[in-house]
Ligand binder design. Structure first.
Ligand SMILES: C[S@@+](CC[C@H](N)C(=O)[O-])C[C@H]1O[C@@H](n2cnc3c(N)ncnc32)[C@H](O)[C@@H]1O
Length: 290
């Protein structure tokens, strides 16, 4: 019963996420039927949802609009922690789209989350929080990786105090605030006060500011640190000094994304990796050692 109710809750999230153009498994469609019936009573919804799952041959992928990846989180086995961030992410995403608050959008957020998952950083720094959309994606990965021995942290920096306050509130509601510090100020200055080693950086605070951010961070990056910079396509000209720097000093590549954002259909992220070991040319010469 609990499992079925849990699935219904996530079908609700799927509805909120409609329109992202992804595959809808049949069982998710059955759950949407259960959700539709919820007005007739919670118990009724459970029964209909269950019957739908058992015997209904109708529906399939064509029966409803595509559902986003939140649906797949409904498949979390009993005993795993529920994803408290998912409904907040959906809400923030909708608000950003409705009110034209620039954010990375789902396609790049998924890639960003994947990079965080792979790097498993202890300390992440984000420059440009807005109202917390990308911070929620990053922090959710940090929370999943958190253990008694591994206590990751995200420091996110936003120049607009009102936005910073709103981000803080969304992160609290997503139950992620224990691993996040929201700092208010100019990221170019704030990063100079931070202590390393920093394992992961996400820069998304207007192209002309990017170089100042990396300049203040470069000496605090750990070997193998990952640096992701958004808008490397549409803002390539205004962040040229940044792009020149990372392409010269790190292993760096540009990844392009087709997006479904009202303000842009295609943009790139520059993904740079700090070398694990100093390059031979970086070793001090014998004469330098004295
Ligand atoms: C594109 S939005 C960030 C979106 C956010 N990363 C996301 O995906 O949800 C850029 C944000 O950077 C902030 N910003 C601009 N200049 C800044 C600076 N010098 N330091 C810190 N934040 C800055 C803006 O106020 C704005 O909220």
């Amino acid at each position: 019963m609990i499992f079925v109710a849990y699935r219904i809750e996530h079908a609700e999230l799927a509805r909120a996420e409609r329109g992202h153009g992804r595959f809808t498994p049949k069982w998710a469609v059955h759950l949407q039927v259960a959700f539709a019936a919820r007005g007739a009573g919670f118990l009724t919804a459970i029964v209909i949802g269950f019957l739908g799952g058992v015997g209904c041959a109708w529906g399939g992928e064509s029966a409803g609009p595509a559902a986003g990846p939140l649906v797949s989180s409904a498949a979390v086995a009993v005993g795993e922690k529920p994803d408290a961030a998912a409904p907040v992410i959906a809400e923030v995403e909708k608000r950003c789209l409705d009110e034209t608050i620039y954010m990375i959008g789902r396609e790049r957020a998924e890639r960003l989350a994947q990079l965080v998952r792979e790097r498993k950083p202890k300390l992440v720094v984000e420059c440009g929080t807005a109202i917390g959309y990308s911070a929620l994606w990053i922090a959710r990965e940090l929370e999943k990786a958190r253990t008694a021995e591994h206590q990751p942290k995200l420091i996110t920096i936003e120049i607009d105090p009102q936005r910073a306050k709103e981000a803080q509130e969304y992160l609290r509601r997503a139950k992620l605030d224990h691993l996040i510090e929201v700092k208010i100020g100019d990221a170019k200055k704030v990063v100079r006060e931070l202590q390393g080693p920093i394992d992961f950086v996400f820069i998304d605070c207007n192209g002309p500011n990017y170089f100042g951010c990396i300049d203040g961070l470069k000496d605090k990056l750990s070997p193998g640190a990952v640096i992701v910079a958004d808008n490397a396509g549409i803002s390539a000209a205004s962040m040229k000094d940044y792009l020149d720097f990372v392409r010269k000093n790190y292993e760096s590549r540009t990844e392009w994304f087709d997006t479904d954002l009202p303000w842009g259909k295609r943009d790139a992220m520059e993904i740079s990796i700090v070398p694990k070991q100093a390059k031979p040319g970086d070793q001090p010469k014998p004469a330098d050692k004295q």
